[in-house]
Design a protein around this ligand. Sequence first.
Ligand code: SAM
Length: 243
Amino acid sequence: THFGFRTVSKAEKAGMVAEVFHSVAAKYDLMNDLMSFGIHRIWKRFAIDCSGVRRGQRVLDLAGGTGDLAARFSRMVGEQGEVVLADINGSMLKMGREKLRNQGVVGNINYVQANAEALPFPENYFDCITISFGLRNVTDKDKALRSMFRVLKPGGRLLVLEFSTPLIDVLNKAYDAYSFHVLPRIGEVVAHDAESYRYLAESIRMHPDQETLKAMMEDAGFENVGYYNMTGGIVALHRGYKF
Ligand code: SAM
C-alpha cells in the first residue's frame, strides 16, 4: 500500500490526508454509517451532551468535515451564538456547507478552511472546541493542541472524540481484523476506493492511546483532563479545560 507503515515526512502525510479526504468527501456520510453500523451517531451525541454548550456561546467544530456536530451546535447556541466549522480540506468543507444549508442550518454558522496546527482566530475566542475523528489525521498533533489552547477562552473546554485503543485484547484483535480486512472492502465496493480506507485503518492503529493523548493535552496546557471510553475503548472522548 502506498500508505504503508514506512516513515513518511510531514509534507507527505499532509498530502496523503488531503488526497484521502478529497477522494472520500462525496461518500463520506454513507461510509460512516456503513462502517460503524450507525454507531458514530451515538458517539457524536455523547460528545455533544458532554460539551456543556449553551445559548450565546462560540463553538469551533474543528476538522468538522460534513458538519454533524456543527449542525447540532448551531441549534444549541441560538441567534446570539456563533459556530465555526473549520476544515483543512476544501472538498469536505463544501460537502458540509451544502448539507447544512439543505438542513436549514444558516445564520449563526461560518465555514473556514484552516489547518488545525495554525488556527486563524483571535486568542481567547471560543467557549468550546470539538475535534471529532479529526486529530488522528493531523500531522503535528502537539502543535494543533497548542493552537486550540490559544484560541480557547479561559474557562473554555476542548473535546476530542477519536478512535482509541480497545480495552481488552480479544476486542483489539477482532477490531484490527475488521478495520484492516473489512473496511477496505466496503471502501472498494461503495466508494471505489480501498486505498483511502486502508489509510484510515492504519491511522487508527497508529493514533496515541487514551493515557498518551491525555498527557499530550496536559502538555499543551489543558487542565482537569479526563476521558470516557465508549464501545469498549474503540472510541474515547477526551475533555480538558483552559483555566
Ligand atoms: N468531524 C467530522 C466527523 O466527525 O464526521 C469529520 C471527520 S473526518 C474523519 C476528518 C476530517 O479532518 C476531514 O474532513 C479532514 O479534511 C480533516 N483534517 C485533516 N487534517 C486536518 C488539519 N490539519 N486541520 C484541519 N482539518 C483537518
